[in-house]
Design a protein around this ligand. Structure first.
Ligand code: CA
Length: 436
């Protein structure tokens, strides 16, 4: 049986992001009902889960059934509030765990399918559990690897004739971000305040941001550490990538514009970034490899690579204003694709470590805003409304230049071919009014 034809005995809707071919990993808190009835402290701990259809498979409970015994690893990694220890077991083990789960959930396998008592313990409805931040992120790096985005921003803020700076096609530009303010989907936050300099003012003022924006990005999670002084080649880079998440790198454009010279992004960026709760493994994304854009001029040898290193991942962004009734209207404001990235993840990692900078398990590397070539595929409000000059109309009739208070921004990502859909789930965050 080919992987595409695999089916689980757990019913999975054909539009679900989580068929048996996906099996992403996350961290969750058990359902309230389980917590209320618990008798041991360990029963209420956050733990590792795997998404399957509308359910979460509880690996802390599942290990008790002995299904992982043959794999010989320390199953205490499932009783943790982050995936770091599990990921640090190495890809050989984590892939074997995923394979074992795939076998267990396959429709003809009776092991768990016919064990009603065990099923009740190890399967939770996704709607009844709380998803937590999946990894403890030590360091966060943000790249700037979409040429369309870099061109759009260069055109708006500098010079349309020289939109890309001279280094852009020679190296994947990036900066070190802030890990402490990365939150999981569903975490709402207050509109940030700071220094802005309105065009009609000689001096800066202190104000809540007037141009709060999203940045549609994806990020990869480091799965293997290096030592200080070591570099990773583009050929070996995939060994170091555990999986991917959706990433919204919220930005305050007015704060950013006033502060960024000469050292780059700071308070306009570090107030909040959101990630989706499920880490989709590179194994699951394998069928969706594609070639990236042709790189011209030729890059330096340490950035050269062989094979297909981009991934065909459809991305979309929706805005949902505060609902006035029970049926909140959402408007899709952008449709993009991860395959547009000019610089791929292997090149980003090779560049990041070429000077000997070490990386650690759980580090997060973001792509930078992912924009396509058409105006409906731009990955930020800055570009979609062209710096606020072309407001977007939402389906409830209201207009947006940037994100308003009480707006929820929702991002989705999925790969699709023939009968196979591998998705990332939904990522959302709502903007609350500034704290007075
Ligand atoms: Ca960014």
């Amino acid at each position: 049986m080919t992987k595409e034809n695999l089916k689980s005995w757990i019913p999975v809707d054909k539009n679900s992001d989580f068929p048996i071919q996906n099996l992403p990993f996350g961290i969750f808190s058990p359902p309230k009902e389980v917590i209320a009835k618990h008798d041991k402290a360990i029963d209420i701990l956050p733990r590792v889960g795997v998404a399957i259809g509308g359910h979460v498979l509880d690996l802390l409970e599942l290990k008790k059934t002995g299904v992982f015994n043959a794999l010989k690893f320390d199953t205490n990694v499932f009783a943790k509030s982050s995936l770091n220890d599990f990921i640090a077991l190495g890809k050989k083990t984590t892939s074997a765990v995923r394979e074992r789960i795939s076998k267990l959930l396959e429709e003809r396998n009776p092991e768990l399918r016919d064990d009603e008592k065990a099923k009740e313990k190890v399967l939770h409805k996704m709607s009844e559990v709380e998803m937590l931040l999946p990894v403890k992120i030590g360091d966060y790096t943000d790249f700037y690897s979409s040429m369309e985005h870099a061109k759009n921003v260069g055109t708006m803020f500098r010079d349309p004739a020289n939109a890309l700076l001279p280094n852009w096609k020679h190296l994947p530009v990036g900066y070190h971000g802030r890990a402490s303010s990365i939150v999981v989907s569903g975490t709402n936050f207050h509109r940030p305040k700071g220094q802005i300099k309105p065009v009609d003012s000689e001096t800066p003022i202190f104000s809540p941001t007037r141009s709060l924006d999203f940045e549609l990005e994806m990020a990869f999670i480091i799965g293997k550490e290096t030592k200080l002084g070591e570099s990773i080649s583009t050929k070996d880079a995939e060994d170091y990538i555990f999986g991917m998440v959706l990433f919204n790198d919220w930005s305050a454009r007015d704060i950013q514009q006033w502060e960024y010279i000469p050292l780059g992004p700071f308070l306009g960026k570090n107030f909040c970034s959101s990630i989706s709760p499920w880490i989709v493994t590179m194994d699951a994304l394998e069928p969706f490899r594609v070639a990236g854009p042709k790189q011209e001029p030729e890059v330096l040898p340490y950035l050269q690579f062989e094979g297909k290193k981009n991934y065909d991942i459809n991305l979309e962004v929706c805005i949902q204003p505060e609902p006035l009734n029970l049926n909140p209207e959402t408007t899709v404001v952008s449709k993009s694709n991860f395959k547009y990235m000019y610089w791929n993840m292997c090149q980003q990692l090779a560049h990041h470590t070429v000077n000997g900078c070490n990386i650690r398990v759980g580090d997060l590397m973001a792509s930078g805003t992912i924009s396509g070539s058409t105006p409906d595929s731009y990955g930020s409000m800055l570009e979609l409304t062209w710096k606020g000059t072309k407001p977007i109309k939402l389906s409830d009739g209201s207009e947006r230049k940037f994100i308003n208070d009480n707006d929820t921004v929702i991002m989705r990502g999925y790969c699709e071919k023939e009968n196979l859909k591998i998705g990332f789930g939904e990522m959302k965050g709502k903007i609350l009014s500034a704290i007075p």
